[in-house]
Write a protein that binds this ligand. Structure first.
Ligand code: BDP
Length: 312
């Protein structure tokens, strides 16, 4: 947080917000909107400076910076958050949420409150849950059935659940920072990656890995967060402003998201990507048995899993 006295009678504080995506991506549009609205709602007492495109470092380092108080705000996917807070690991579990609507029914309710408490205890004050959509695999060679993924080097985010998921498919996980995936494809270091369709398109991965295997294996959220260090220094009135505007930005982001998914499908199809949908999800779900067994036994996750499964 940079405190600087302004020429006017009140102090102005500049906050730094980290974001991995480029201009025009739903997350970027929503956090830019957040910055504008915070300036308005606080009559300029707070200015949020948005650093997009991971210009301040990759996601795991941004998580560390936020925890250390070197960053004030960030928009993270659930993978690095689950590394920091084991209780929310279920947010990356394969085939747990059917779709974003199912996920938000939980996140906008009791479960979301519980996750927010867990995250706050680890240094992240959640201001809004954003949509991370449904993730699928895409490869440099055709994938028509699950067994075609076996033996492939698949790029994943550095996270326990994603690693286990790929190992359960008899593939090799490769940890590559998001911004380096394109080069890894170009240099032949990976055969596949997995992501939602807006990221597949916005990163240009679709030009290098044309074969999409539509599995929707993980439906997960992202979150706009503030460091709890900063949060606890705010007045109650300012906390309300930061949270309310955060919730509004999340609603805005979710609307933008749905449009962007459709747009990404059109762009990638027109450029020659091929899509094959997994015919029998049951086969992949059965492959995930080691993960379900593990997290159903883990005291940090089993209650949450049961709550979601009970309300499918
Ligand atoms: C994108 C997320 C981003 C992640 C990225 C990844 O929006 O936060 O860093 O996936 O796979 O969908 O690394």
């Amino acid at each position: 947080m940079l405190g600087c006295s302004s020429v006017s009678s009140f102090a102005q504080t500049t906050l730094r917000l980290w974001n991995i995506h480029g201009e025009g991506y739903p997350v970027t549009t929503a956090v830019n909107w957040y910055a504008e609205q915070i300036a308005k709602a606080t009559q300029g007492r707070y200015q949020v400076q948005v650093f997009s495109n991971a210009s301040l470092g990759d996601q795991p380092s941004a998580v560390a910076m936020l925890k250390a108080g070197d960053l004030d705000l960030a928009e993270f996917s659930s993978a690095p958050l689950t590394e920091a807070v084991p209780g929310i690991k279920v947010l990356n579990m394969p085939f747990l949420f059917h779709d974003s609507a199912h996920m938000f029914r939980h996140l906008d309710g009791h479960l979301g409150e519980q996750f927010e408490k867990d995250l706050a205890a680890s240094g992240f004050a959640v201001l809004g849950w954003y949509d991370g959509g449904a993730r699928s695999f895409y490869c440099t060679s055709p994938v028509l059935r699950i067994n075609d993924l076996a033996g492939k080097r698949i790029r994943v985010q550095k996270s326990e659940v994603y690693t286990e998921l790929v190992v359960a498919l008899k593939s090799t996980p490769q940890y590559v920072p998001f911004k380096e995936v394109q080069t890894a494809f170009q240099e032949g270091k990976i055969d596949c990656a997995e992501n939602n369709m807006p990221s597949y398109e916005s990163t240009g991965h679709f030009r290098l890995a044309k074969h999409v295997y539509l599995t929707d294996h993980v439906v997960s959220p992202e979150a706009l967060v503030m460091s709890t260090k900063l949060w606890s220094s705010l007045s109650p009135a300012d906390r309300t402003i930061f949270k309310d505007v955060g919730l509004q930005s999340a609603r805005y982001m979710r609307e933008l998201w749905n449009k962007r998914v459709a747009q990404a499908l059109t762009i990638t199809t027109e450029s020659g990507s091929t899509f094959s949908r997994m015919n029998d999800p049951g086969i992949m779900i059965r492959r995930m048995a080691p993960l379900y067994n593990k997290y159903m036994k883990d005291p940090a996750t089993y209650k949450v899993l049961l709550t979601i499964i009970a309300d499918k």
